[in-house]
Design a protein around this ligand. Structure first.
Ligand SMILES: Nc1nc2c(ncn2[C@@H]2O[C@H](COP(=O)(O)OP(=O)(O)OP(=O)(O)O)[C@@H](O)[C@H]2O)c(=O)[nH]1
Ligand SMILES: [Mg+2]
Length: 302
């Protein structure tokens, strides 16, 4: 995983094998605004999954941003109850300093856990930033977490993640103001945004539910897991599920190609860029013409 994350060229064939060996685990993307209680919830979910003997892996994508700077430490402490358990694997990945290869390395890590026989793999990402949200969507089931006390509006709307949910969770239901968050969310959903996916007979194949949980009291966690399993079962053998797998495959292909292109571009142009930049800044050359020039002899194929 470390080498996959570093983007080392020599692990590529191995990761290719891993990719082909994977495809058995259920992949759960879990996202929500900062502080909505994702990490605490994942920790509780892990406990619930372990109760019925399944192995569970977690890839937590850590923004390492100023507004949630303490996340790595916090996550470690909250999740440390699982560190002695062979059936649990938890890894944090930092977004800071990642050179655009975040999706590729996170999903490679998911493949590794999948191929290693983990039944459920959870990808936890903060629901801000296109990359993070896309990664959460590259899953079989996407859970969006909202919490009371983080402002009046439905946070998921602001963050643009209302639509991506297969399951909505309202966390911190031990708080008295959580009912309002649940009501607001249900109202938004009832207004017609992605309420259900219909099958041929116009029967809803999947109705996006709102599940209330509390990581403090444990309320709703088993129900959340049951809902996740129900979503998995509803998609496993349907055209919708197949379509989703295709969408994920497409996303991963484009992401990987983008990555390779970027790194090859930088490698093959590094010695010529600075001279061009001088000319561009003096306005003797425009950025398009410069890009064309750089790309004309870019070795796309090795
Ligand atoms: N009352 C209550 N507080 C909770 C609950 N779950 C989490 N919290 C608190 O909410 C805060 C944020 O929890 P985290 O699990 O770190 O949230 P997060 O979404 O992972 O946060 P980031 O990783 O920073 O985006 C912490 O102070 C938790 O103690 C809960 O069920 N009830
Ligand atoms: Mg967190």
């Amino acid at each position: 995983m470390s080498r996959a994350e570093a983007g080392s060229e020599e692990v590529r064939p191995a990761l290719g094998e891993v990719y082909k060996a994977a495809g058995h685990a259920h992949i759960l993307g879990l996202t929500g605004v900062p502080g909505s209680g994702k990490s605490t919830m994942v920790s509780k979910l892990v406990q619930a999954v372990r109760k019925d003997g399944r192995k569970v892996g977690v890839i937590a994508i850590d923004p390492s941003s100023p507004f949630s700077g303490g996340a790595i430490l916090g996550d470690r402490i909250r999740m440390s109850t699982h560190t002695m358990d062979d059936g649990v694997y938890i890894r944090s990945m930092a977004t800071r300093g990642s050179t655009g290869g975040l999706a590729r390395s996170a999903l490679a890590a998911v493949d590794i856990l999948d191929a290693a026989g983990f039944d459920l793999v959870i990808i936890e990402t903060v629901g801000v930033g296109q990359d993070e949200v896309e990664i959460a969507r590259a899953s079989h089931t996407t859970v969006v977490v909202s919490a009371p006390g983080l402002g009046d509006d439905v946070q998921a709307i602001k963050a643009g993640i209302l639509e991506i949910a297969d399951i909505h969770v309202v966390s911190k239901c031990d708080r008295p103001d959580s009912n309002r968050t649940i009501t607001d969310l249900k109202t938004m959903l009832a207004m017609g945004i992605n309420v259900s996916i219909k099958n041929n007979e116009d029967k809803p194949l999947w109705q996006v539910p709102v599940v209330g949980t509390s990581s403090e009291s444990g309320e709703g966690i088993d129900q959340l897991l049951a809902t996740i399993d129900r979503h998995r079962d509803a998609h496993r053998t349907t055209a919708l599920g197949t379509e989703r797998l295709r969408r994920i495959a497409e996303y991963r292909t484009f992401k990987t190609a983008e990555d390779l292109l970027r790194s090859r571009f930088f490698v093959s142009t590094s010695d010529r860029v600075s001279a061009l930049v001088d000319r561009i800044s003096r306005r003797e050359l425009d950025p398009f013409a410069a890009s064309d020039e750089l790309m004309s002899d870019l070795a796309l194929y090795r």
